[in-house]
Write a protein that binds this ligand. Structure first.
Ligand SMILES: Cc1cc2nc3c(=O)[nH]c(=O)nc-3n(C[C@H](O)[C@H](O)[C@H](O)COP(=O)(O)OP(=O)(O)OC[C@H]3O[C@@H](n4cnc5c(N)ncnc54)[C@H](O)[C@@H]3O)c2cc1C
Length: 407
């Protein structure tokens, strides 16, 4: 049996689900396919290790998609300050949301909370069908339509296939889109920890000679989520330590800024690679989120970039549909690519520059870094510019990322 949709989204992570919700209530027939068996389900008694720092812009998107309330009803940790320093020198920079008249700089949220809220919202739209588990076997690309063949024998035809299937995107491979990639030569260790001092609603980040170490504030004042990016050999050693020895090393490397680390959850680790698809679109195909790009987590921007991709693509598609243009043509899709690629490239370059600047271990580098951080800390316009960057309130934003006057 063949089924036809206008848009088929492959991958129901945060980014794919955001696109589905952004296309909700339109006259486009949309299917979202995921290989996962389970429906995303948050457990209040379990604090998940996979969390994201969500910018104010992303929060506005989630508000405009009417999922923010459901997210808040689960668990959200706003942070009002950000403190960054160089462990090898005296450079420090401090950001406070009140300096720019905001109530928060961003929010730390468990990924599963966001995913669950988006999934439940997507279920409410009559024009969206959520299909999982779905194992894809083949994608046949033709001029006017694409055909997807599922392991179950089902055939789906569609004008547009959107790949939101993560860093190792199957859609990207089927479309023959090349990647530019660079191994960051770091492994990120993540875990939730308890410490003796309050996090003061502050996102803390320390640049160690071996890589950045962040403590992101969670909902109770003595718990944070850590992201410790370290050279692979060091990461291997850290992962082999007992919980007690790991907590002790964490306390020391963080210069006791949060007191003693006393408890830790199970640790997870991720090899870090920069990936950038050479094209985000080809006729009948578009890539969004990690399928199009992955960046170092040091500035917590991956999901935030993905949400913007999803909203920009939705806006371009809805506009084309309203003007009765082909939603899957190169001309339509190139608009999305032009809108998003430059922004992402700027972020990739910035992350590379940060990594470069903070991996120089000599005394000269350290003095230079300290001077730079301290200068940025004192020069108000420069600091505000950094803050706007971190909060995502810059650039050409899609309508869903703007204040909804009717709300
Ligand atoms: C350690 C670490 C910390 C991070 N911290 C932050 C942060 O603080 N802030 C931030 O903004 N970002 C952060 N990120 C980045 C962020 O996690 C990712 O950018 C984001 O999760 C990508 O979402 P996505 O929906 O594009 O992809 P994914 O979350 O990878 O979702 C892909 C989906 O596609 C499905 N799928 C995959 N293959 C197939 C297939 N063949 N068929 C069907 N379905 C398929 C999967 O089941 C999954 O549901 C961090 C990343 C790491 C590694």
């Amino acid at each position: 049996m063949k089924t036809h949709y206008d848009v088929v989204i492959i991958g129901g992570g945060i980014v794919g689900l955001t696109l589905a919700c952004a296309l909700g209530d339109s006259d486009l027939r949309v299917a979202l396919l995921d290989k996962a068996t389970d429906v995303p389900q948050w457990q209040p008694n379990e604090v998940h290790c996979r969390v994201s720092a969500i910018t104010l812009t992303s929060q506005r998107i989630l508000e405009n998609l009417q999922v923010w309330q459901a997210i808040q009803a689960c668990r959200v940790s706003p942070f009002q300050q950000m403190h960054v320093w160089d462990s090898m020198g005296k450079g420090e920079i401090h950001f406070n949301c009140f300096d720019i008249g905001e109530g928060a700089l961003g929010y730390i949220i468990e990924n599963i909370v966001i995913q669950q809220a988006l999934y439940q919202r997507a279920q409410q739209f009559g024009n969206i069908q959520l299909i999982h588990p779905a194992t894809l076997q083949q994608l046949q690309l033709e001029a006017e339509k694409n055909t997807l063949l599922l392991e179950s024998g089902k055939k789906i035809t569609t004008k547009l296939v959107v790949g939101s299937d993560g860093a190792h995107s199957w859609v990207r491979k089927q479309a023959g889109i090349e990647l530019i990639q660079k191994d960051y030569q770091q492994t990120a260790i993540i875990a939730n920890v308890t410490h003796t001092q309050s996090h003061q609603k502050t996102a803390w980040q320390c640049f160690l000679p071996t890589g950045p170490l962040a403590h992101l504030p969670l909902f109770t004042e003595n718990t944070t989520s850590i992201v410790w990016s370290a050279e692979p050999e060091l990461a291997k050693r850290l992962l082999s330590l007992s919980d007690q020895a790991f907590c002790q090393e964490l306390t020391e490397q963080f210069a006791h800024r949060l007191g003693e680390v006393t408890q830790i959850s199970a640790r997870q680790h991720f090899a870090l690679t920069m990936r950038h698809a050479q094209r985000y679109v080809t006729s009948g195909i578009a890539l969004i989120g990690d399928a199009a790009h992955t960046i170092h987590p040091l500035a917590g921007q991956g999901v935030n970039l993905g949400l913007l991709d999803a909203c920009c693509l939705a806006e371009v598609l809805l506009e084309a549909q309203a003007k009765q243009r082909n939603i899957a043509s190169q001309q339509t899709l190139r608009r999305y690519e032009r809108w998003r690629k430059g922004d992402t490239l700027a972020m990739i370059t910035l992350m590379q520059a940060f990594k470069q600047v903070f991996s120089g271990n000599s005394a000269g580098w350290s003095r230079l870094r300290s001077a730079g951080l301290n200068l940025a800390n004192q020069v108000s316009p420069l600091k505000k510019l950094f803050m706007r960057y971190a909060m995502g309130t810059r650039g050409d934003l899609p309508k869903l990322a703007c204040i909804n006057e009717q709300a």
